[in-house]
Ligand binder design. Structure first.
Ligand code: NAX
Length: 326
């Protein structure tokens, strides 16, 4: 059989990881013929909980799961890895200001970026899930100068999938038939879900729905506030859907999207007026382990405003942590 791929997951004791690890071990990420080794990272005080999760992983008797490493040291977790799913992050505690949250995470992702730089495979594919995801990915990328910048991505796929679900419900069309949906910008309430180019069996979804008021007053806010709605209903933030999106993101990146557009947070190549190197949500297609930005889409006035709003927010976040990068 194939040699095993090494996959690091941080935040391994957390609730997203509890949905994620079992699916990866089951072959949902890299396929049913690809053995995996899980390299689990969490804080020292979470090691006992990680061990409990590992007992359950063992008890599933997954045939593809070749080995499991448990550690609180990023250098051990990232040694020779092919994939990293960076889920662990510092959550906002009561009374914590936004800038304190940013610096706490900047510290975590500086350390992890350096460890990736030193220990990971040179082809490692990195997905940052922990919030603020785009800026955390930016910090990790800046802290890993020896790795290609394009290897650093952030998760916008949950927002993309949420948009698909809303569009399918509104148009009463099957999700599998809806293509070319985009979520521009930041994984935050400034995100811009955009279905101007979306198609159903090749026909324009925008023309089919023909309701700009629904777009602006229902669709965009529903997608952007979905995380909050889940917290209000469940008392906990999205976990299974976040894990599912992380798998979608990595699987498509590794194995290809077969021509379909997907949304990834990636370092900008300068397209659409987004400054080069800024981590921003773009429509991409993926093939042969690489992603390509969908280029030359027309940007109308409303879209430009929405895209710039997210850009301003990300510039503030990313400028706000620059001085910590050394
Ligand atoms: P949990 O609080 O359940 O788990 C987080 C885990 O990370 C804990 O076990 C904690 O000990 C660990 N951790 C904290 N700092 C660490 C560090 N420096 N190194 C290693 N592990 C560390 O959170 P969970 O619900 O799993 O969410 C994880 C992150 O995903 C949060 O930051 C959350 O905001 C973010 N999300 C991002 C989404 C996205 O679309 N980009 C959507 C879902 C989710 O809200």
């Amino acid at each position: 059989s194939k040699p095993a791929k090494r996959i690091a997951i941080s935040g391994a004791a957390g609730q997203i990881a509890y949905s994620l690890l079992f699916r990866i071990a089951n072959g949902d990420l890299l396929g049913k013929d690809q053995p995996v080794i899980l390299q689990l990272l969490d804080l020292p005080q979470a090691q006992a909980a990680v061990k409990g999760v590992v007992m359950e992983l063992e008890d599933c008797a997954f045939e593809l799961l070749q080995d499991i490493i448990i550690t609180d040291d990023p250098k051990i977790a990232f040694k020779d890895i092919d994939y990293a799913l960076l889920v662990g992050a510092r959550p906002r505690s009561k009374g914590m200001e936004r800038k304190d949250l940013l610096s706490a995470n900047a510290e975590i992702f500086t350390v992890q970026g350096r460890a990736l730089n030193e220990m990971a495979s040179r082809n490692v594919k990195i997905l940052v899930v922990g919030n603020p995801a785009n800026t955390n990915a930016y910090i990790a990328m800046k802290s890993a100068p020896d790795l290609p910048q394009k290897n650093f991505t952030s998760m916008m796929r949950l927002d993309h999938n949420r948009a698909l679900a809303q569009l399918a419900a509104q148009s009463k069309q099957p999700i599998a038939e809806i293509e070319k949906v985009i979520v521009w910008g930041n994984h935050s309430p400034t995100m811009y879900p955009d279905f101007r180019f979306a198609t159903v069996k090749g026909a324009s979804l925008q023309q089919m729905l023909n309701d700009e008021a629904w777009n602006r007053t229902v669709f965009i806010p529903t997608v952007a506030q979905r995380g909050t709605a889940v917290i209000e209903a469940r008392g906990l933030s999205s976990a299974a859907s976040a894990a599912n999106a992380a798998i979608d993101h990595m699987r498509d990146w590794a194995l290809g999207s077969n021509g379909r557009w997907v949304t990834m947070g990636i370092p900008s190549n300068g397209a659409y007026g987004i400054p080069e190197g800024l981590l921003y949500g773009f429509p991409v297609t993926t093939a042969n382990g690489d992603y390509t930005v969908v280029s030359d889409l027309e940007i109308d006035t409303f879209s430009r405003e929405r895209m710039d709003l997210a850009l301003q927010e990300l510039l503030e976040e990313q400028n706000g942590v620059k001085h910590l990068l050394g």
